[in-house]
Design a protein around this ligand. Structure first.
Ligand SMILES: *[C@@H]1O[C@H](CO)[C@@H](O)[C@H](O)[C@H]1NC(C)=O
Ligand SMILES: *[C@@H]1O[C@H](CO)[C@@H](O)[C@H](O)[C@H]1NC(C)=O
Ligand SMILES: *[C@@H]1O[C@H](CO)[C@@H](O)[C@H](O)[C@H]1NC(C)=O
Ligand SMILES: *[C@@H]1O[C@H](CO)[C@@H](O)[C@H](O)[C@H]1NC(C)=O
Length: 487
């Protein structure tokens, strides 16, 4: 009997010999021209220098995060024609190091279907996208799973036999965001959905060829307190445990927790490929405590697990909207399991963005504000016995944000004023440092080894101004960071 892998190759060749429907190349070329013509009209004030963001128009979820032919690929939900959500395309960037990014032509454009979120796998030398086709005929909404192929990682063709998974097992129209991976002889995919009585869940399927899928089991399900829909699931092994990462919608706020409209978090457990049973061992935890983090997706390469999230939140103000664009990705973080939680650290190569010019190190005096152009990295180690308080705003005003540590509550907080606070208890490992990344309209705070991470959009006018309001001397190091994505 031929191996599943070989069968896959044979069938793929058959599709490429005349059975596929091409997304027309001219439509993609025309869209590229539109994007290039539109870019100069964008107001640069909040444009990001080292974060992937909408080239023009709107972006949301990261998609198809993968490694193919020596490069990382990152796609994203994309509507080019306005800076608000619209019929979904897949935009595309690549990177050799997860830090420096290059723009590629739009990978998927909507046809009968809007091209909703999904993932990418590599089957022999072919990159295969599996994504949700969202079809709304005005009466019914239908979500099913489609495939598209690429031999060069640039041009994609949709499979003519789509859909490969036409409906959810219970007929729920919410059936989206397939995340596929390979294990042993099979491909697996998980898909976000809900129960008949409106509880979020994740479904597990298996296939030997990526075309015929068998429904296996419900991998995880809300008990009623974890939301009505689980979007953007991901599932992977991390340091000997299994992690179910997902973005539940509809969790009620509880104290400091779940204050964003929707959450992204994870359940740590064990999984058995013989029984397909995922046994949760640690309750759901948020992955990032900031105001703007959603729909995170991971990929693995060289034994490391990387994650990137959408650096916005649904129904939150995106001030860049009036500038001709909306939406960004966080910097890519490496994940690590530590006791009962995931630590997130900026990928190592982020240090390559540090400019020699403008480097400051030493004690930070009360009467000195630190000023930066659009970008900065700030590092310091503080005593946890005294409070820390930094005020960040624009040199010319604009939005303010306070970063605080309180030795009494043992909480770190990111406060955008007007009661718009996100805070969480921090129990540091040995490392008590803070590492802050500022871009023209973003703030990312990594505490210690990444026990606590906040991603929040902040909109300063002009460059950044940072004021020390602490009751202790902070020994700071600051860097200006280079641009890592072309204008
Ligand atoms: C959804 O649409 C697909 C075509 O994309 C079709 O094959 C499938 O039968 C539809 N499912 C339902 C429940 O209408
Ligand atoms: C920060 O300000 C406080 C009070 O204004 C002062 O006591 C402290 O020494 C300052 N820290 C640094 C690093 O200068
Ligand atoms: C603590 O973490 C910071 C930020 O990642 C790093 O620069 C520093 O070297 C670490 N310190 C120690 C003692 O490991
Ligand atoms: C700093 O210390 C002073 C005097 O002890 C105190 O009045 C003030 O509230 C402290 N500031 C903060 C931010 O805790």
């Amino acid at each position: 009997m031929a191996s599943p892998r070989l069968l896959f190759v044979l069938s793929l060749v058959a599709f490429i010999n005349g059975q596929v429907v091409k997304q027309t190349e001219s439509a993609i070329e025309e869209l590229e021209k539109y994007i290039q013509n539109k870019k100069p009209e964008i107001n640069q004030r909040y444009r990001l220098h080292y974060h992937v963001a909408a080239p023009v128009g709107w972006i949301n979820d990261p998609n198809g995060f993968s490694y193919y032919k020596g490069e990382y690929h990152l796609f994203y939900q994309f509507y080019p024609y306005d800076s608000v959500w619209g019929p979904m395309h897949w935009g595309h960037v690549t990177s050799p190091d997860l830090v420096n990014w290059k723009w590629l032509p739009t990978a998927l454009i909507p046809g009968e279907e809007y091209c909703f979120s999904g993932s990418a796998v590599v089957a022999d030398d072919t990159m295969v996208l599996i994504y949700t086709a969202h079809i709304d005929d005005g009466k019914h909404v239908n979500q099913s799973q489609y495939l598209a192929f690429s031999e060069d990682g640039v041009k994609f063709v949709k499979y003519e036999g789509n859909p490969v998974i036409p409906r959810s097992p219970n007929g729920s129209p919410d059936f989206r965001d397939p995340k596929a991976w390979r294990h042993g002889e099979y491909w697996y995919v998980i898909i976000g959905s809900k129960t008949d009585d409106g509880r979020g869940r994740v479904l597990l399927y298996r296939s030997s060829d990526l075309f015929d899928w068998e429904f296996l089991t419900v991998l995880g399900e809300s008990d009623g307190k974890l939301g009505y829909m689980w979007e953007c699931p991901d599932f992977f092994e991390l340091d000997g445990k299994f992690v179910l990462l997902m973005s539940p919608q509809g969790i009620e706020p509880q104290g400091d927790r779940y204050k964003n409209l929707h959450q992204t978090g994870y359940i740590i457990g064990s999984f058995n490929y013989a029984t397909f049973e995922f046994i949760p061992e640690v309750e759901f935890q948020e992955l990032d405590y900031g105001h703007d983090f959603y729909a995170a997706q991971t990929t693995e390469n060289d034994g490391r697990r990387y994650v990137v999230g959408w650096f916005n939140m649904w129904e939150a103000p995106h001030l860049e909207e009036t500038d001709g664009w909306s939406g960004a990705m966080t910097i890519v973080r490496e994940m690590e399991l530590y006791e009962n939680r995931i630590l997130m650290k900026p990928v190592k190569d982020m240090a390559s963005l540090r400019e020699e010019e403008g480097y400051i190190a030493g004690d930070w005096m009360t009467n000195q504000d630190l000023s930066f152009d659009k970008t900065a990295e700030i590092l310091f180690e503080n005593s946890l016995d005294k409070n820390v308080e930094l005020l960040l705003t624009g040199i010319d005003g604009g939005q303010k944000v306070w970063l605080r540590w309180s030795p009494t509550t043992k909480k770190v907080s990111v406060d955008r004023g007007n009661n718009d606070v996100r805070q969480v208890e921090w129990v540091p490992t040995e490392n008590k440092s803070w590492r802050i990344f500022l871009d023209a309209s973003t703030l990312e705070l990594f505490c210690g080894e990444g026990e606590v991470v906040f991603s929040s959009r902040v909109y300063p006018d002009g460059g950044w101004k940072v004021t020390n309001l602490s009751n202790q001397t902070l020994n700071v190091e600051t860097f200006k960071l280079k641009r890592s994505i072309p204008v």
